[in-house]
Design a protein around this ligand. Structure first.
Ligand SMILES: Cc1cc2nc3c(=O)[nH]c(=O)nc-3n(C[C@H](O)[C@H](O)[C@H](O)COP(=O)(O)O)c2cc1C
Length: 355
């Protein structure tokens, strides 16, 4: 239920839109999020996104939201077990905090081993991905298929908790499909097995990323757990973040697709939560400057592979200004970093002339 609303500084101070926020929520936002021993000064989290949340992307997000918890892309514990060298996916900056390394697998022993290595890499928490809908992963017993194997899921959490000193968290969905929504039972099992926080993407595995996130299930989970619960799904704006927290009573929100080509989102929401003021949105020129920086970062960090990955990132930045769709087409075909710079520079020049 939406809390009774009282006027707060959040309503009074900001000057653009009226965004009412309950005193109950305001109180929550004024204290840090506690994930067992780890204290996080922001209640807006950047989600793990495979193929996206590498070190380069996280640096951009962190510039606008220095205190937010961030996650690596998911890493397979089986891969970690078999590879001699740790995958690049696990690399984190030495000053990058708060940071979690996300792991997935169905083997508790591999997960425990991988978690120890992740802690050696600097992970402040270990997150276990039990929500991935991808066939390749669920067929092998990982990701969201663990919602159907709660005993294995419990074992995984148990073993990882035993193996590391840092808090262990779980990210999952509300169930396998509409006939198997078992998040209430599953969430309790995760807490009882030693998880220190639960993030819930309010969709079933069958939904994929379609339909609405069902925040009402997150509310139900929040009512029965004592560990922090983070709400995920459809957080694309400050308004959505407030709404979600008011409805669910969750301890924080996690942004995902809203950050694709827009590493400003987590910071925008966090800034509002911290100050009650709405930060000005970046102009198209600023977004394209950011895209350029993103491209440069990927090139420097990953070389040619970074350029291929940059194609999708750059195309996500290209929206909401004249000529965006043509630019999107062109950047999604770049072969070299120079081609990318040239396209972006030209677009920036045109925007400067026309604005
Ligand atoms: C491209 C892409 C990659 C993703 N990779 C991961 C991942 O590695 N780990 C994870 O827990 N969730 C992953 N997710 C799921 C998101 O973290 C999030 O739970 C989901 O997108 C719902 O939030 P949204 O509706 O705000 O996008 C991914 C989603 C997308 C679209």
């Amino acid at each position: 239920m939406i809390q009774k609303k009282t006027k707060t500084r959040y309503q009074m101070n900001q000057n653009k839109t009226m965004l009412p926020i309950s005193s109950h929520l305001q109180e929550k936002l004024s204290v840090p999020l506690k994930i067992a021993s780890v204290e996080v000064k922001s209640r807006v989290l950047q989600s793990p996104l495979s193929g996206v949340t590498d070190l380069v992307f996280r640096r951009l997000v962190r510039r606008y939201s220095p205190n937010s918890m961030m996650y690596t892309e998911m890493v397979s514990a089986t891969e970690i077990h078999h590879l001699k060298q740790l995958p690049k996916l696990m690399e984190i900056d030495s000053n990058e905090q708060p940071i979690s390394i996300q792991l997935f697998d169905c083997r508790p022993d591999f997960m425990a081993e991988a978690a120890q290595k992740a802690v050696e890499e600097g992970a402040e928490t270990i997150d276990i991905h039990m929500g991935c809908p991808v066939n390749k992963i669920t067929k092998k017993g990982g990701g969201s298929s663990l919602l159907r194997q709660p005993e294995t899921a419990k074992k995984i959490v148990n073993e990882v908790v035993k193996a590391v000193e840092v808090p262990v968290t779980v990210k999952t969905r509300i169930g396998w499909n509409d006939n198997e929504i078992n998040i209430l039972d599953f969430a309790k099992k995760m807490e009882d097995s030693g998880a220190s926080m639960l993030t819930i993407h309010g969709r079933t595995r069958a939904q994929g990323y379609t339909g609405n996130a069902r925040w009402e299930w997150i509310k139900k989970v929040k009512e029965i757990l004592t560990i922090p619960v983070i709400a995920n799904g459809d957080i694309f704006s400050i308004e959505a973040a407030i709404n979600c927290l008011e409805i669910t009573g969750a301890d924080g929100v996690m942004c995902s697709r809203g950050t694709l080509g827009y590493p400003f989102l987590v910071g925008e929401i966090d800034h509002f939560f911290q100050t009650g003021n709405i930060r000005s949105k970046p102009t198209p020129i600023q977004r394209l400057e950011c895209a350029k920086e993103h491209l440069q970062g990927l090139w420097e960090y990953k070389g040619k592979r970074g350029i291929y990955q940059a194609r999708k990132h750059l195309s996500w930045y290209c929206k909401g200004f004249p000529g965006a769709s043509e630019l999107r087409d062109n950047v999604s075909r770049i072969e070299t970093v120079e081609q990318g710079y040239e396209l972006l520079d030209k677009a920036i020049e045109l925007l400067i002339i026309n604005y």
